[in-house]
Design a protein around this ligand. Structure first.
Ligand SMILES: *Cc1c(COP(=O)(O)O)cnc(C)c1O
Length: 429
């Protein structure tokens, strides 16, 4: 496949946009080469500026769980746009999506909408601090909670892809309130809680981290966090920006049967428009302005186009829960197919999967935390990525990212992907 026009568009972009992209993970820094410019997308496919068709395993990093340009979502946006695109005043559609989200997600009474996952996590932590009257937070190495200052301490996703999990520009004052634990290592959390008695407002965690590859929690780990929080007056925040409305109707809370105190959303909840949200029980949500003292606001929050898109998306998922089973089955099929190819070609690998999140690691070790995720062979990953791209299969351009399946994928697409993998792996040996 030829990516000539993409390459020319990237050169133009680089002149006026830092690094040519508006979000670092889009650049091909970790794998070399230049990014693909998209012209349009439909269902499971992307169509790029050179006219290539690619099977998409990123799906806008998660939101397009039903495929690109999903008709009910597109229709909802078109109809709303005709009525004006923003008022800065309340609209009924905000209540409708809030009602639906509250009914789908276990354990929440109220939800506040924002414009991104970053905003959701940042606001959730402020709320936790306001509610508990404590300052410190615990996060996990390799977990990504958006790009606000408190979270850029050993962050995953683009932050680690580019080798700067700790960003310049974050003050020492801010960094000292973020304590770092190891995912799947309850002891590392217990020690921090003990050493900082009565100082910790919250533990924030991706219940299934998806920003250092996909890492399912060990049995008992999340339950252990829940108990630890209950015993020490600490709030447990689940960052479900990736897992929410993806691992189940009710996200990771439902699928893994552990309740959080505050839950953050993004990605799927906006149906592909810029939406984030955070939710909790009444007792905590009433601390939020204008009801309570913890300030949080947004000119475009609850924007009618975004809410209409999100409502159409959630309605579809709510009315057709078999989508989650179908996605699980497709992802399991892909998992099995890829494993077989790697095994028969003696390629050292580990594949992690839960539901429709899957990641391939060129590593012998089990990938259970940030340290083990970093052990993968990046040269192999680069070859694999570019090989798949040549075959017309688009996976994330970094080994620290998860693949997100869409229900628009057919078994024919999956077979195509597995066959492409076989051809790519032949050349990798
Ligand atoms: C994507 C992501 C975020 C940040 O969301 P944005 O909309 O990019 O700001 C936060 N947490 C997790 C787990 C994510 O995957």
């Amino acid at each position: 496949m030829i990516y000539k026009r993409s390459s020319a568009l990237f050169s133009e972009a680089e002149k006026v946009i830092p690094g040519g992209v508006n979000s670092p993970v889009r650049a091909f820094k970790a794998v070399g080469g230049t990014p693909i410019f998209v012209e349009k997308a439909k269902g499971a496919y992307l169509y790029d500026a050179d006219g290539n068709q690619l099977i998409d395993y990123i799906n806008s990093w998660g939101p397009m769980i039903l495929g690109h340009a999903f008709t009910p979502v597109v229709q909802a946006v078109i109809e709303k746009a005709k009525l004006g695109t923003s008022y800065g005043m309340p609209t009924e559609v905000e209540t409708k999506i809030a009602q639906l989200a509250v009914s789908m997600v276990p354990n929440i009474d109220k939800i506040r909408f924002v414009n991104s996952g970053t905003e959701a996590c940042m606001s959730a932590v402020r709320l936790a601090r306001g509610f508990t009257g404590k300052d410190k937070i615990i996060k996990f190495a390799g977990c990504y909670h958006g790009h606000s200052d408190s979270f850029l301490i050993q962050a995953g996703s683009g932050a680690v892809t580019f080798g700067s999990p700790n960003s310049p520009g974050v003050t020492i004052g801010t960094a000292k309130d973020t304590l770092l634990a190891q995912f799947n290592n309850l002891e590392s959390v217990e020690q921090l809680v003990k050493a900082n008695e009565n100082e910790i407002a919250c533990i924030i965690v991706e219940p299934v981290p998806g920003n250092m590859g996909c890492i399912p929690p060990n049995k008992g780990f999340l339950e252990g966090l829940r108990t630890l929080c209950d015993e020490n007056g600490v709030l447990l925040i689940f960052d479900e920006v990736m897992t929410g409305f993806r691992l189940a109707k009710g996200g990771a809370q439902e699928r893994l049967e552990v309740n959080a105190d505050i839950v953050c959303f993004g990605k799927v909840i906006g149906g592909g428009l810029p939406v984030g949200a955070f939710a909790s029980r009444n007792e905590i949500m009433k601390f939020l302005a204008p009801e309570g003292p913890v300030y949080q606001a947004g000119t475009l929050s609850g924007n009618p186009l975004a809410m209409a898109a999100g409502l159409a998306m959630l309605t579809e998922l709510d009315e057709n829960p078999s989508i989650f089973e179908s996605l699980d089955e497709k992802t399991a099929y892909l998992h099995k197919g890829l494993s077989k190819v790697f095994e028969s070609n003696q390629i050292v690998h580990t594949i992690n999967r839960i539901g429709s999140m899957i990641s391939v690691h060129f590593s012998e070790e089990n990938v259970v935390d940030f340290e083990s995720a970093a052990l993968g062979n990046n040269e192999n990953f680069k070859q694999f990525f570019h090989g798949m791209l040549q075959e017309g299969v688009y996976i994330a351009p970094s080994s620290f990212e998860t693949w997100f399946l869409t229900d628009a994928l057919t078994y024919k697409d999956l077979d195509f992907t597995i066959a492409a993998c076989e051809r790519v792996v032949q050349k990798m040996k």
